[in-house]
Design a protein around this ligand. Structure first.
Ligand code: PGA
Length: 255
């Protein structure tokens, strides 16, 4: 069974540490990747070029952490999907809860970003997740559905593209906290996601990831959840030894 491991370096890694991580670990990273294990490294914008060139001949794929909702034009500070494609990105994270919380990113803007990515043949890794308030008010599924609507629309517009979207379910209260949801809670979420895609986008076979405080120990339990095809890993992916231990621990638990 194919598993995806997405390293979301956020702003933990600076330019120098991002490039040296790749130079020092390219051989070991490559040894971890195979037909059943896909590894995607998502550095900050500024490190994308050097990271992509260091990993060019490896099996490791490159992803960005965001992109502009617009085409090239007068959008100071923004990075267009076209530039991401040119630099070697095959994936791009959108809708991360930190983007939503700190920069007021809306579901509408995220939908525009997804359209830009699809237009440039970049696979979106769309993050969705409920806040603890959503949880308390029993509106988890309403929140997830609202977050997914823009993706369903974009997929309808670009259905000829044949791109398999990646959905990273990340409960906001689990990110960086060391806490993960109960197994039954996650089973219900991924079962709901699976059914929602069958209903709204029956032709597309999405890849579902879990993100939020993944480590080498809890990945064994997470790996037992149906419909779950991989993991979005933040802090622990910035230390190669820990990242490697997570991947090995997951693969061992499959055997
Ligand atoms: P974390 O972050 O693994 O540090 O909890 C995950 C994420 O935000 O993608």
């Amino acid at each position: 069974m194919q598993k995806l491991f997405v390293a979301n370096w956020k702003m933990y890694m600076n330019f120098k540490s991002s490039t040296s991580y790749c130079i020092e670990n390219v051989v070991a990273l490559n040894a971890l990747a195979n037909k059943n294990t896909t590894i995607i490294i998502c550095p900050s914008f500024i490190a994308l070029g050097p990271v992509a060139s260091t990993l060019k001949t490896s099996l490791i794929a490159i992803g960005a952490q965001d992109c502009s909702a617009f085409d090239n034009g007068p959008y100071t500070s923004q990075v267009a999907a076209q530039s991401l494609a040119e630099v070697g990105c095959s994936y791009c994270i959108v809708g991360h809860s930190e983007q939503r919380a700190y920069y007021g990113e809306t579901n509408e803007a995220i939908a525009e970003k997804i359209k830009q990515l699809l237009r440039h043949n970049i696979t979106p890794i769309m993050c969705i997740g409920e806040t603890d308030t959503d949880c308390i008010l029993s509106r988890t599924y309403t929140a997830l559905e609202q977050q997914l609507n823009g993706l369903f629309l974009a997929l309808t517009l670009y259905k000829q593209k044949n791109i398999t979207p990646i959905i990273a379910y990340e409960p906001v209260w689990a990110i960086g906290t060391g806490t993960i949801p109960q197994k039954e809670y996650l089973e219900n979420i991924f079962d709901w996601l699976h059914k929602k895609f069958l209903e709204k986008a029956p032709c597309c076979k999405p890849i579902f990831l879990y993100g939020g405080s993944v480590n080498k120990d809890n990945i064994i339990l997470l790996n037992e959840i149906d419909h779950l095809n991989g993991f979005l890993i933040g802090k622990k992916s910035t230390n190669f030894i820990e990242f490697q231990a997570i991947i090995n621990s997951c693969n061992r638990s499959i055997l």
